[in-house]
Design a protein around this ligand. Structure first.
Ligand SMILES: [Zn+2]
Length: 346
């Protein structure tokens, strides 16, 4: 019993400085102790005895809960204390904190997540000025650093509902994301103040809104949701002036045919090479001047828009280029909306 109290004190000491309301206790029992225990069971022919580890967990958990008012939780503990009975130590494992929201990216040349320098793989070299980075910052870092500071986490990871290109803006309502903060010492945050602080420090490059607490299931859901996206694309014909009537006709017909798309050449080094079929829900001409035009597309999530325009050397069919019969290039691509809800047909 005295040793149990000592263990509770160890747990209390280990919990110092950590904000949490739920916990769980686990025990690491040395092999020889387990063997002795099993020998005892056999000797006294005990039926279905309770393993010693589980009994210690329950007792220490109960006593710790009584002293601190923290709640024991088997399903989703914020902290797990692992007792080592032999060495008489406690290991503390803090569960990640998840915060979700939406972000807008108002400046080009910023990747969604940290991007290690291609040439040195992130180790740092002369060419990247020993930063190890391909780009000076990312949406992940702009939001994550402020959240890391506020929660006193050790690290962070941004899970976006899809991603935009480095050179694309993310406008409209913004893109849903979940930030995963590792081993946070603080979890009761003033999310409105946090939102303000992120936006203040991001200086109009990135904006966040609708911050709220999330859970690991949100991360999974965000990866599964396909939804639909609205893009604004500025294109240029490499075959002279564009014909307005023809362009309008081609755009109006795009939604009626499924787009067969091979993994684009530019991402084939990091993604499996396969063919997928996606839909364009709407395509409209916004502006046309000579060989340049601005078009908005509403498309199924996962459709590569640049390839839809230029055709990717036949990898995407039909494409705007194949239907118009002229080579096209994308000058600018922005995301106007990312919708979580299922797409509407037509
Ligand atoms: Zn480098």
């Amino acid at each position: 019993m005295g040793r149990l109290e000592d263990l509770v004190n160890l747990v209390a000491k280990s919990a110092e400085g950590v904000e949490f309301s739920t916990f769980q206790i686990g025990t690491r029992v040395a092999e020889d102790l387990k063997e002795r225990e099993e020998a005892l069971w056999r000797k006294y022919s005990l039926e279905a005895p309770e393993p010693i580890g589980r009994e210690i967990n329950r007792e220490v958990g109960r006593m710790f809960s009584e002293i601190t008012g923290k709640e024991f939780s088997r399903e989703r503990p914020e902290v797990v204390f692992i007792l080592d009975v032999e060495l008489f130590g406690v290991e503390r494992v803090i569960s990640p904190l998840f915060i979700k929201g939406r972000y807008r990216k108002l400046e080009r040349g910023i990747p969604q997540t940290r991007w290690p320098h291609r040439e040195c793989g992130g180790r740092g070299c002369e060419k990247c000025n020993y930063t190890g980075k391909q780009y000076p910052t990312s949406v992940e870092e702009i939001i994550g650093e402020v959240m890391k500071e506020a929660s006193q986490a050790t690290n962070y990871k941004l899970h976006g509902m899809g991603r935009e290109d480095v050179d694309a803006l993310m406008l409209g309502r913004g893109r849903p994301f979940v930030m995963e903060l590792s081993s946070p010492l603080r979890r009761n945050l003033d999310l409105r103040a946090l939102e303000k602080e992120i936006n203040r420090r991001a200086e109009g490059v990135v904006e966040v809104e609708e911050l709220q607490y999330a859970c690991r299931e949100d991360v999974r859901r965000f990866k599964e949701v396909r939804g639909h996206k609205t893009y604004r694309v500025r294109i240029r014909s490499l075959g002279g002036e564009l014909d307005e009537e023809k362009l309008k006709k081609v755009l109006s017909l795009l939604p009626s045919s499924p787009i067969r798309q091979r993994t684009p050449e530019r991402v084939r080094h990091r993604r499996a090479d396969r063919v997928r079929v996606r839909r364009v829900y709407k395509a409209a001409l916004e502006e046309l001047e000579g060989s340049e035009a601005t078009i908005t597309f509403v498309a199924e999530g996962g459709l590569y828009i640049k390839e839809l325009v230029h055709g990717d050397g036949g990898g995407t069919t039909p494409s705007l280029s194949s239907e118009l019969g002229v080579p096209l290039e994308v000058l600018q691509l922005d995301v106007l909306d990312v919708a979580e809800e299922s797409p509407k047909e037509g």
